[in-house]
Design a protein. Structure first.
Length: 125
C-alpha cells in the first residue's frame, strides 16, 4: 500500500468459493454498473429525498420515477438521432441546459416581433 509505486491495489472479499477469480471480478463490476443506475435515479429523478412519509405513497413515487427514467432514455435516444448536439449519455441536468433552456430574446424591428436565438443551435423557428 505504501510502496510509492504507480500501481493501484484492490481487494474483493467474497465467500463464493465455487467461482473463479475472473467471474468474481465480473460480478463485482456488474454491481458497480447497477450502483451507477441508482446514482442516476437518486440525483436526476428525486430518489435522494422521498416526498412522502407514507411507505405506499413513496413506493408509487419510486415506480413512477423509474418509468419516467425509461421514457427519458427513449426520448433522448430518439432526439440524438435527429440532433447531433444531443448525446445519448447526457444526464438530465446537461440535457436541460443544452437542449431545453435555450437563450433567446424577443426583438422588435420594423413593427414586427421576432425571436433571436443565441448560440449554435440547429433550430428553425
Amino acid at each position: 500500500m505504501f510502496t510509492n509505486e504507480s500501481y493501484d491495489y484492490h481487494a474483493i472479499v467474497t465467500n463464493d468459493f465455487s467461482s473463479s477469480l475472473d467471474e468474481a471480478i465480473k460480478c463485482y463490476n456488474r454491481r458497480g454498473a447497477c450502483e451507477k443506475q441508482f446514482d442516476i435515479l437518486k440525483n436526476d429523478f428525486g430518489w435522494n429525498y422521498l416526498p412522502f412519509s407514507n411507505l405506499s405513497k413513496n413506493t408509487v413515487f419510486l415506480y413512477f420515477s423509474a418509468i419516467c427514467r425509461n421514457l427519458y432514455n427513449v426520448v433522448i435516444s430518439n432526439l440524438s438521432k435527429v440532433y447531433k448536439n444531443v448525446n445519448i449519455h447526457y444526464r438530465m441536468k446537461r440535457f436541460i441546459f443544452n437542449f431545453i433552456a435555450i437563450p433567446a430574446v424577443w426583438k422588435k424591428a420594423s413593427r414586427q416581433w421576432y425571436l433571436r436565438v443565441y448560440g449554435k443551435i440547429p433550430l428553425q423557428v
